[in-house]
Ligand binder design. Sequence first.
Ligand code: UT7
Length: 329
Amino acid sequence: MSKIFACFKSIGAYIPKRVLSNEDLEKMVETTDEWILQRTGIKERRLASEDELTSDIGLKAAKLAIERADIKTDEIDAVICATLTPDFLCMPATACIIASKLGIKNVLAFDVSAACSGFVYILYLAKSLIESGRHKNILIIGAEKLSSVVDYTDRSTCILFGDGGGAAIISQTKNKNEAVMDIQISADGDYAHLLVAPRSRIMYPKDDRTLEYLQMAGNEVFKVAVKTLTNDVMEILRKNGVSSSKIDHFIPHQANLRIIEAVREKLDFPREKTVLTVQKYGNTSAASIPMAMNDAYEEGRIRHSDLILLDTFGGGFTWGSALLYFGGK
Ligand code: UT7
């Protein structure tokens, strides 16, 4: 029997309408458009409306991914959502809510908490489930309403984050040229304290407001991110015998243009092969890679069988990279 591979069959995204520009932030905290652009590359980010939940954001992205995969919702046999801003802190999982809104019943549905690395983590899970032969079509979603955990009086974090969602259908294929080739994911909890959001009322006393919102030791995160991402990407390329010149699209997590540039230069990727959306969406955590991929897809840049490299880094610390041939049309 020939081997079953996991195919990245479609991509979709939802970009909330409201724009929060650097000029808007200048009126809210002591900062400047120039500082934000220089240090992060971000010009603006999108915010969901008050009544829009992470599941609403994920749902819209999922609908587009399902339509583009040309499958029916009753063909989907698993729904996995990566988010650090679930509708409910403990339960039910946002994946269950999205599945219900799509009319998908009696299949496994759960959330994964891996911060900005969430999308690559769930891609890894979907690949494993598909290759096991037990699943045929898996809906994976990275969706965030980060505006719900950002402190808009803290200039060191509020300039960075935005809301949005992305989704993909991962299906079975026997064709190696449309398969997810390899994924490596990892974590180091020794760095957990450097990026935290928000506190658990069980772990911290009720009168301690220090972790009411997302908090980050930005500069320390920055240094570890550059080093870890560079090593991680070099490792996945080496392991698979792929030279960086063979990559058609490099789609990194969109946290900071300086991080992306440092990794890109180290790997000698041309700028035109690097997908950049950080300037218009900011950092949307688990949604950042699928949102960027969707942008490139809608611009007509990504075609069937193109070789794509993903890389990501986030709270935990968690990180990961993926090498895949795009399986969509
Ligand atoms: O997605 C998960 C992973 N996250 C990341 O990868 C984010 C990683 N970190 C970063 O992107 C950067 O560290 C930041 C953009 C958050 C900060 O840039 P930085 O170059 O590391 O700046 P810094 O934190 O070292 O701060 C430098 C100065 C400080 O002032 P002093 O102490 O030198 O007087 C800050 O108070 O910049 C000040 N500062 C600001 N100034 C104007 C911090 N935020 C702002 C601001 N506007 N918004």
